[in-house]
Each structure stands twice: as structure tokens, then as C-alpha cells.
Design a protein around this ligand. Structure first.
Ligand code: MN
Length: 192
């Protein structure tokens, strides 16, 4: 209970829903049939989502496969717990990182100015993350066409890039509660 309250206070500093506030991102580590990281960006009232099997990298030389998945409601962003195996998204979920982001296409003169929705449609999303574990520019790049289309998640080259860090392995715990997947799964078992 306490932990959950702590998590609430740890939400993006913007907090409320007033105009002009930064949209959020969240990365949920998800121990489903196969472990993956759900990378989600708030766009026009929903969480646009990709499943990243190997998780994000802080090394600009590394490209990580990002498979588009269903939009999720905004209030899913702070969900941690265990979803029954038989249900959609079954498995244990941990909030691996969260914070706010900026659309670089709207502020960086190197890009043609574009809303997030238009950036998604164009197949090139460029965002600046202000998270606990991840900071700096990240690009989501669509490759291929139609059924063969894939997205790649790539750290952009900037002052936050760091080839020596590997937060996926060195910082496995929840940024909301400090818990590991195993602790969350065990807590869920006790409650059921
Ligand atoms: Mn998932």
C-alpha cells in the first residue's frame, strides 16, 4: 500500500492534465510468454505501444527491434502486478522507467516540423526522454513495407548516449516501487 502511494508521488512532475504539460512515456518490463519491454508514448490521449524484446539501449550503435502493439489507455502507465496467464497480456508487469518526453520533430530545426501523430504516420519518431534510467534522444524508425514492416528503437547521438551503460541488466527494478519482477509476482500470489 505504502509503496503504491510512493509510486503515485513519483509520477511525472507535470502531474495534472492542464494544457501545455509534457506528455509521458513509460517502459513496462513484461514477463509474458517471452520477456519484453513495452515502450509506450502518450499521443493524443492514448499510449502508443511497441514491444521491445531486448529492451532499450543507451548505445547509439545498437538497434533494438520494436514490434507495434495495441494502444493502451493512459491510466495503464502506472500498472504493476500480475495479469492471469489466460488473459491478454498475461504475466507480471513492472514499471521499468517512466517520465516525460518532448517531440524533437516539433523543436529541432533539423526536422520537418510534425506532430507526434504525423511523425508516427511518417515512420520516423524522434523524442527526448526525461526518465529515471533513460534520458536523451531516441528514434523509432519504421523499416520495410506493409506486413513486413518493423520498427527499430535507436538511441540518438547526444550527451546522454553512453555505450558503457546497460541499464536493462544493471537496473532491473521498478522505478515506482524498487521491486523486482519476482517480488511483484510473489506479492500478487499472496493477494489472490
Ligand atoms: Mn507486453
Amino acid at each position: 500500500m505504502r509503496r503504491r502511494e510512493f509510486g503515485k508521488t513519483n509520477e511525472p512532475a507535470s502531474g495534472g492534465t492542464g494544457a501545455g504539460e509534457r506528455p509521458i512515456f513509460v517502459i513496462q518490463k513484461h514477463d509474458a510468454r517471452t520477456l519484453h519491454y513495452d515502450f509506450r508514448l502518450e499521443v493524443e490521449g492514448v499510449l502508443k505501444s511497441w514491444a521491445v524484446p531486448r529492451g532499450p539501449s543507451t548505445d547509439p550503435r545498437v538497434k533494438r527491434l520494436a514490434v507495434p502493439t495495441e494502444d493502451h489507455p493512459l491510466d495503464y502507465a502506472d500498472f504493476e502486478g500480475t495479469i492471469p496467464e489466460a488473459e491478454y497480456g498475461g504475466g507480471t508487469v513492472l514499471v521499468w522507467d517512466t517520465g516525460t518526453y518532448r517531440n524533437l520533430k516539433e523543436e529541432d530545426p533539423d526536422y520537418e516540423p510534425m506532430s507526434m501523430a504525423d511523425a508516427l504516420a511518417s515512420g520516423l519518431v524522434a523524442v527526448w526522454l526525461e526518465g529515471h534510467k533513460l534520458r536523451g534522444g531516441y528514434a523509432l524508425v519504421r523499416t520495410g513495407r506493409g506486413e513486413d514492416s518493423r520498427w527499430l528503437l535507436i538511441k540518438m547521438k547526444d550527451e546522454e548516449a553512453d555505450a558503457r551503460r546497460n541499464p536493462v541488466s544493471t537496473q532491473p527494478e521498478s522505478v515506482l516501487t524498487g521491486r523486482t519482477l519476482e517480488q511483484i509476482a510473489a506479492a500478487s500470489l499472496q493477494q489472490s
